[in-house]
Design a protein around this ligand. Sequence first.
Ligand code: EPZ
Length: 418
Amino acid sequence: MDKFVITGGTDLNGEIAISGSKNSALPALAAALLTDEPVTLRRIPRVRDIRTMERLLVDIGSQLDEDDEAVRLHTPNIVSPEAPYELVKTMRASSLVLGPLVARCGRARVSAPGGCAIGSRPINLHIFGLERLGAKINQTHGYIEAEAPDGLRGAVVHFDRITVTGTEDLMMAAVLAQGETVLRNAAREPEVVDLAALLTKMGAKIEGAGTSDIRIEGVERLGGADHTIIPDRIEAGTYLVAGAITGGDVTVTGCVPEHVGALVSQLQQAGVDVTQPGGESLRVRGGGKIRSVDMTTEEYPGFATDLQAQYMALMTQGDGIAVIVENIFENRFMHAQELGRMGANIRINGRQAMVAGPRQLTGAGVIASDLRASASLVLAALVARGETVIDRVYHIDRGYEKIETKLAQVGANIRRVE
Ligand code: EPZ
């Protein structure tokens, strides 16, 4: 298993280019199942989760070829409308093929995603929505079997809690349903809007993506499309925090500033100088004192849960007590213990974490647990005195393209050890 060896203490200076969004690429790849025409997707990040999804699509029946420019998918026929346990256990977002498969061929057999480090993460709302659209669902032997031999019918689906991939799954199911579907209390994340943009290019009729009410008028069939994925807002946010925590001067380029609006506001409240030099870039200049500022995670456009761990790392350098509340997942503070081993002073109480600063962190041997927790350990290591060795960095490789290369380019002392 690869490790990262990081020696802290250097401030980061320079520009970091942001890759395409993993969480936009995953539903976009699944959407290619909805048509028998070729779909071209650009700015797909080369990360593990994407390779897992591509493997799943090929098993289902997609022809795939890719180069530096794009991933091209063509699914003339669905050979096997299945997502087997072996794949789903490595990536729960495989459930994103559920909606497209039922819509395209009237049936799907998808392994129920097991538990996850950050929480139980059921997909009951995905199932509820498909049943509302007329699918018959049977859950047996760890698999979800969905059938809609006569096709799906539009309906009102009211989510009792906001779910990002639930919204995406149901949007993809509804585009080929007979009649109109309304998704109520839908997720408003930019990745949902990006998926709607791709589906619309394919011929779908969707209104309201990005709001809580999304209307989809079903159509007979969808065609191919050529679509460029939005930049990864979580990657962008992670590198903004890297600039802030090291007191450096970092500009992230090729991002969408409004997608990280809540983080920018939080950093500015914490006394970090964040400016927008251009339409697709944000610049962080640290060096001043970091103020401890409370934060609560919320669905978009609130503060993203995927940036909570990174913010916690920053707050270890704050000038007082910061109370962080994690509202989205029930167990997303695992990074706190590892940060504690580096000298952070964090108290967990249910969904609240109290971070006392400033603390001079010291390098230590730590273990990555989930994707974003691992990112927070990298950030802490950048500011810690001495050497940190982070084990199991495959968690980071799931969602960050060339993180050690991008950080080394702006002065970080980081190397990957096979
Ligand atoms: C997406 O996961 C992201 N993944 C996650 O990013 C992100 O943390 C999450 O949204 C929240 O923003 C992808 O887009 C591939 P949810 P998702 O359904 O869709 C509960 C990363 O690091 N819920 O919005 O699985 C659920 O348990 C990953 O890139 C139900 O109860 O998240 C959670 O508490 C981690 N029933 C809350 O809703 C359901 O049927 C939000 O989950 C679905 C969800």
